[in-house]
Design a protein around this ligand. Sequence first.
Ligand SMILES: [Zn+2]
Ligand SMILES: [Zn+2]
Length: 189
Amino acid sequence: MSSRSVPWYDDFLGVAYRYFDLRMNVVPLFSERKPANELWNQIVRWWNDHDIKIRFVENEDHYWFIMGSDSKRPDHNRGFFKVLQKSENYQRFKKGHMGEAYIRFGVYTEKNENNAKDEAICNCSHRKDDHDGSCLVEGCNCQKFESFVLNLLKKKKTITNIKFLEEKDVKDDSLAWNCLYVNKYKNSE
Ligand SMILES: [Zn+2]
Ligand SMILES: [Zn+2]
């Protein structure tokens, strides 16, 4: 058990997994740049790379993303967590990370037909200028142009302490146990 109880933070959109800069990147997503930068500067900046732990606690079709570390500013420290659906990118990360990843924050912006460029790619895989309301490409069922832009912020840390766990094994890992105890089990006691 960790000696001091660190407050947990889950007010972000999700987590993206991207191959970029020679390593897999684990990217907690925010809707705006300013709060993402502030959070990085207040919390993550004070972590030593080799102290950072990431845990993925799986339970059927979803998982808990859990990230924490000792801090050079322990009084301001926080842990991050989010309960997410397993995705293809998540599975790819799980298979491909080889024990190392960059952590960096990202800004996720949704685009629609009014604010995207002509060459922006819709979630249906066709360009915006192939759409007029619905997608005009033959055989495509897309009813509405929808896209997103993901900007990775520059600052990053290297993590080497990455573990995938089943929820039933969570007691053996202090960070994962602390997170699930505080954010799940405690409330149901
Ligand atoms: Zn489309
Ligand atoms: Zn289409």
